[in-house]
Design a protein around this ligand. Sequence first.
Ligand code: SF4
Length: 379
Amino acid sequence: MTDGIALYLHFPFCKHKCCYCSFVSYAGRESEIPGYIDAMIEELNQRAKGECLSSVFFGGGTPSLILPDQLNRIMNAIRTLFDIAGKKTEVSLEANPGTIDEPYLAAIRQIGINRLSLGVQSLDDKTLVLLGRIHTADKARQAVRFARNSGFDNLSLDLIYGIPGQSLTDWQDTLKESVRLEPEHLSLYPLSLEDDVPLSGAIQNGELPAIDPDCTAEQYEAAEDYLAAEGYRHYEISNWAREDAECRHNTTYWQCEPYLGIGVAAHSYIDSHRQANTHDLDEYIRIYQLRELYQPEMVEEIAPETQLAEAIIMGLRLVKGIEFESMIDRFGIDVTDRYEREMDELIHWGLLESDGRSLRLTRRGRLLGNEVFWRFLPQ
Ligand code: SF4
């Protein structure tokens, strides 16, 4: 268990909506950013209880649209309201290579951002155009240089595979070049499309080929082999890191530990309760500008049975899996008894493996995680 809680701040503004994006993000509303920053600070004031923070994460949207003095105000509020003094708290910010330059990165590094997650997605210009990204491959390469020159020594690159028309070789070219950029951390995500995004429409109209699941699986396995050979440790289904460079913030989610979410549509998980903030940007800004008291859009108490299931499912996302002893300590339940039948079947099918002390996905299981996870849900 980590010490303290994780703090997530959602910044929902983007310069342009990417063709595959279903995140809560808005293009063309940048004039509302100052009001939104004020609202976030008011929410922090209302909800902070002086907790000790294990990590801070600015996600989006495009948090690299936050100006340095705005970010400074938010960080000052966090330092005043929470306990982060004297510790090397991980403070991450997601940055779009199309929105940053070296002075910007140098300024935010000074303010206390010590981990940068760059949304590179691809190092192929045609693919970036297809995805509707605002940056080019050159901009992404330049962003890495700017980050290093600005003193960032904890850098993560996000990449997408399983893109319509992307061959295994195309993907390997992006991956190999990304490794040559020497990031401490890599997050690799398969393209996943909701029905209402433009890329889905282009596939339905026949303008683009459908996503090929066999090619996507081949790309994932090729990445696993290549990154292992390059010395990256595979620690979560979609994440690889150099020694000691695992993302502490996201590990909070995989270990089902408490987190506080600030901002529109942000979720929190504290004291066995999950809460969601309003999804309505105007409503969010209005509530906090008027200093109305925080009212979550949704509050749900998570039953012990569901907490156990979630701890197993999220824990299995980690390559090391779950330890039976720690599940007994945390929930008073022996997973090997409770899920004996499910475990036997999944081990027999080659999707799970156990050494008697822990349970983890096999390589095949990592490709077919959803086939495993639903078996642990409460009936
Ligand atoms: S930059 Fe990220 S959040 Fe913004 S539109 Fe693109 S994918 Fe969505």
